[in-house]
Design a protein around this ligand. Structure first.
Ligand code: 9MR
Length: 579
């Protein structure tokens, strides 16, 4: 295993905030400190210092040094760092380095909408495409989807929503956390001192709903919320109020394949408790955010009613687990433990309604007060959602007593303390120390979700250490890592651009585009869970088990539930810069 990692001087290839920490990593056999120099674009030396030897980094099994130039605060572009004759990729120092990332990361969702034409006027000719799954041949359409045999005898109109990922499936579980985090991109701006939601307001994102009086980020989330609600089992049916786990093609399709060309029959899969609670949680969050706009007040009511019905149904069917073997034609997204989904849904319903019954379910949950259970060291994910509820309980105005608020905020800061310590211990500054050192499928999203917890703790306490760990997390994702890889398309000199995706498939068909800017790759997965990874990455150290190859779906896919925390973090980081 011998990847091309370019320069051994590793930096954030996008840049560093003027007043923020500025750290890098140097791969070298040397054991004594070395001199680093910071160079301006014209080559003049602007600062220098010595590296700190850090020994063997367990995530890359390489000997490394770290270096820090946070004291240097002169804004500019094209800076590089040179150590021992080796020079880094160029980077910027400035306050406005994450503004386009905030909107690009959100643009991902419009690009991946189902059931609507993607308009060239909004995305350019390269990314424009016809509507997918609207029952125009050869498509089967999502407007009248039958169940798998034996599952139900009705059909649902489940058109719309976002495609999950590189495939054309639509799943309620990862769809739920993604919708929640996109809504939280907006809600963060309401609950955090100094944040400014204007860059995602009406008229700011490239979405067809511009100018409708509602913040564009809420328009985007609504596209998915409507789909989530459409997955609910209709009244009068035996499982009324439950939500179907997912809808996707009968058989897996190959790459490349544009959505409107997908000829496979679509099928609804059985209802599950997890999906139902995703609907309850996101419906409740919807109710609380969309009621503020006249244009969406009725929609908010509909969300709340769906959320209540879903929660009641989940209580009546608390152990309908999705089948882990139901993975033909789409992902299984099975989850053997739904106590976290119950916690999340109860928290959101309490925050939406103020009702004591929901609060008692929060307080009575075995997870409540247990920071390690609510925020696992590996991070929140589609399968570990309790933290979403805890973050909202900690930040959204409610009738919680000071003591109750102390417990939830304590969980957030306890977890953040752990992630900050992980970042401080890591030679690459990453706030992610998974069990056994194993990087999981979608590890970059785990890093991001830990950063969301850190950023929330920063908002609650103002402690700079939390902010710094978020920023070193961004450094890791944008190039300061063992592969010298920026995992976000269009950001940094060595960016990922061949992610696993059925129509952003330029690697397979030059007439198709690469992923749109602002699309984050899943990242290193040390389990090597696809044939390309198994062939190309054998023997890789954990943080190097990644390849920018379109067929490596376990290391290089893109999904809505990974881009959502990227958008959240980009907004947070953009708001850190003055003005
Ligand atoms: O993100 C999912 C990851 O946590 C699982 O380990 C993996 C295998 O079950 O599945 C991932 O989700 C994929 C889904 O099953 C199918 N569409 C693409 C998703 C992202 O790779």
């Amino acid at each position: 295993y011998d990847p091309d990692t370019g320069s051994p001087v590793r930096v954030n290839q996008v840049g560093y905030l003027t007043e923020g920490p500025k750290n890098g990593t140097f791969v070298t056999a040397a054991t004594d400190p070395l001199t680093w120099t910071l160079n301006a674009a014209d080559g003049t030396e602007k600062a220098s210092g010595t590296t700190v030897p850090a020994g063997t980094d367990p995530t890359s099994l390489e000997n490394v040094h770290t270096f820090a130039f946070g004291d240097f605060t002169e804004a500019g572009e094209g800076y590089t760092v040179t150590i021992d004759g080796e020079t880094s990729e160029p980077f910027t120092i400035g306050d406005d380095i994450y503004g386009t990332l905030r909107t690009d990361a959100l643009a991902y969702f419009y690009h991946n909408r189902s059931g609507i034409e993607i308009d060239a006027d909004l995305v350019g000719e390269e990314y424009a495409r016809p509507a997918g799954h609207v029952n125009v041949a050869p498509n089967q359409g999502d407007d009248d989807v039958p169940c798998q045999p034996g599952v139900c005898d009705y059909t649902l109109d489940a058109a719309g929503g976002w495609y999950d990922a590189g495939d054309h499936g639509k799943y309620v579980v990862n769809g739920g956390i993604a919708a929640a985090q996109v809504m939280s991109v907006y809600e963060r701006t309401l609950t955090t001192d100094g944040a400014d939601g204007e860059p995602i307001g009406d008229g700011k994102l490239a979405v067809p709903e511009q100018g409708n009086g509602v913040p564009d980020v809420l328009d985007e989330a609504r596209w998915q919320l409507e789909f989530l609600m459409s997955m609910q089992v209709p009244a009068g049916e035996e499982l009324a109020g439950m939500a179907h786990h997912k809808l996707h093609d009968e058989q897996w399709t190959g790459l490349p394949l544009l959505p409107h060309e997908d000829p496979e029959p679509r099928e609804l899969h059985p209802a599950s408790t997890a999906a139902t609670l995703n609907l309850a949680a996101t419906g409740a969050q919807c109710a609380r955010l969309y009621k503020d706009y006249d244009e969406t007040a009725a929609f908010a009511d509909r969300c709340l009613s769906a959320a209540r019905t879903a929660y009641t149904a989940a209580e009546a069917h608390p152990d309908m687990l999705a089948d882990p073997n139901d993975g033909t034609g789409g992902g299984a997204y099975s989850d053997g433990d739904v106590s976290d989904e119950f916690y999340w849904a109860a928290a959101e319903l309490y925050l939406a309604t103020g009702e004591d019954a929901y609060l008692q379910d929060v307080l009575g949950s075995p997870l409540h007060g247990d920071a390690e259970a609510v925020f696992p060291s590996g991070g929140m994910s589609w399968a570990a959602t309790a933290g979403l509820g805890a973050l909202d309980l900690a930040t959204v105005d409610s009738g919680l007593t000071d003591a109750q608020l102390g417990v939830v905020r304590g969980m957030v800061t306890d977890a953040a303390d752990g992630y900050a310590a992980d970042a401080a211990n890591a030679a690459y500054g990453v706030p992610y120390a998974p069990d056994g050192g194993r990087y999981v499928w979608g590890s970059n999203s785990q890093v991001l979700n830990n950063m969301v917890v850190l950023a929330t703790a920063h908002g609650l306490t103002g402690e700079a250490g939390y902010r710094d760990a978020v920023l070193t997390g961004l450094d890791y994702l944008l190039g300061r890592n063992p592969l010298n890889q920026s995992y976000v398309t269009g950001y940094g000199e060595r960016d990922s651009k061949n992610q696993h995706h059925r129509f952003w498939a330029n690697q397979l068909d030059p007439s198709l585009p690469n992923p749109a800017p602002g699309s984050i790759a899943g990242g290193p997965d040390s389990q090597l869970e696809d044939p390309v990874a198994q062939r190309e990455l054998e023997g890789c150290p954990p943080a190097m088990c990644y390849i920018d190859h379109i067929e490596s779906y376990s290391t290089n896919e893109i999904t809505i539930n990974w881009n959502a925390p990227l958008a959240w973090i980009a907004g947070y980081a953009d708001d850190l810069g003055p003005g």
